[in-house]
Design a protein around this ligand. Structure first.
Ligand SMILES: Nc1nc2c(ncn2[C@@H]2O[C@H](COP(=O)(O)OP(=O)(O)O[C@H]3O[C@H](CO)[C@@H](O)[C@H](O)[C@@H]3O)[C@@H](O)[C@H]2O)c(=O)[nH]1
Length: 243
């Protein structure tokens, strides 16, 4: 089984698309690959009706679990909370606004089946033309941050910060995840790489959000990435540790 963990904060308009835009696409992948899926949808004190809508989906579909992390604690905290409910031996993490396409979950699975790595990471930077309508203002800081991670980690990974990944659950369970915010994805990947775990990248499409607003606080995210990059630098150069 593959558990799909989706963090959601004030995402009512995206949830309303799931019956057309998410479930049929994953159901098709289930048919094509023979995999079964579980959705773990994690609200985090949303101020709109995100959580009641998720509860409605859970009543409709036995493969959906709707959980809430109480007051708003951040995207990373929501993912960590969601991991406790995963029954799959593989875990996929994805955004609720479907900016990474649900159909590309099939590419994550194919790469996993090809060589059984510990993590398959989706990257829109691997090939030209994978970014659809992504503004330069979003692209540039992301490219800079990802290049810095690539240099400091000494790994040929083009995309360290985004969420769209498949992990082996047992490997994920070995990591002590500290981040509560957006940098959780970079933290997990950095820890996997520095622990000598295998990470394979696959090209995936990234397009811009159609409904609702981005929750990212750019200055906070930059601060958190700088903190994480500094830690990685100390670990690599001075043999420091994560604490
Ligand atoms: N539960 C919960 N979910 C949250 C919170 N903050 C954000 N999310 C959810 O986390 C996902 C990403 O948030 P967006 O608001 O869509 O972020 P973005 O600007 O598109 O950020 C993209 O780039 C980041 C940095 O590279 C990525 O980390 C992120 O996954 C995404 O791909 C969405 O599903 C959103 O609802 C929170 O506090 N709580």
């Amino acid at each position: 089984m593959i558990s799909i963990v989706i963090p959601l904060y004030n995402e009512r308009d995206n949830i309303l698309t799931y019956r057309d835009e998410l479930f049929p696409k994953i159901d098709r992948i289930a048919g094509a690959t023979g995999e079964s899926f579980q959705y773990v949808m994690v609200d985090d004190g949303s101020r709109d009706d995100t959580y009641p809508l998720l509860q409605g989906l859970a009543r409709e579909r036995s493969d959906v679990i709707a959980v809430t992390n109480g007051t708003n604690k951040g995207m990373g905290a929501a993912i960590k909370h969601g991991l406790q409910y995963c029954k799959g031996d593989l875990v996929v993490t994805m955004d609720s606004d479907l900016t990474f396409r649900p159909e590309d979950v099939e590419a994550l699975i194919a790469a996993y089946r090809a060589s059984h790595p510990d993590c398959v990471s989706g990257s829109p930077y691997l090939e030209q033309g994978l970014m659809e309508e992504v503004s330069f203002i979003r692209f540039l800081p992301s490219k800079v941050v990802n290049t810095l991670y690539q240099i400091l980690l000494g790994a040929k990974i083009t995309c360290v910060s985004p969420i769209f990944r498949l992990y082996r659950k047992d490997v994920l369970d070995e990591i002590r995840i500290q981040s509560n915010n957006f940098e959780i994805n970079a933290e997990i990947l950095a820890k996997l790489i520095l622990n000598g775990r295998s990470v394979v990248e696959v090209p995936v499409v990234l397009h811009t959000r159609r409904y609702g607003e981005s929750k990212i606080n750019v200055s906070k995210e930059i601060r958190n990435h700088v903190r994480l990059l500094t830690k990685i630098f100390k670990i690599r150069v001075f043999k420091g540790n994560w604490d």
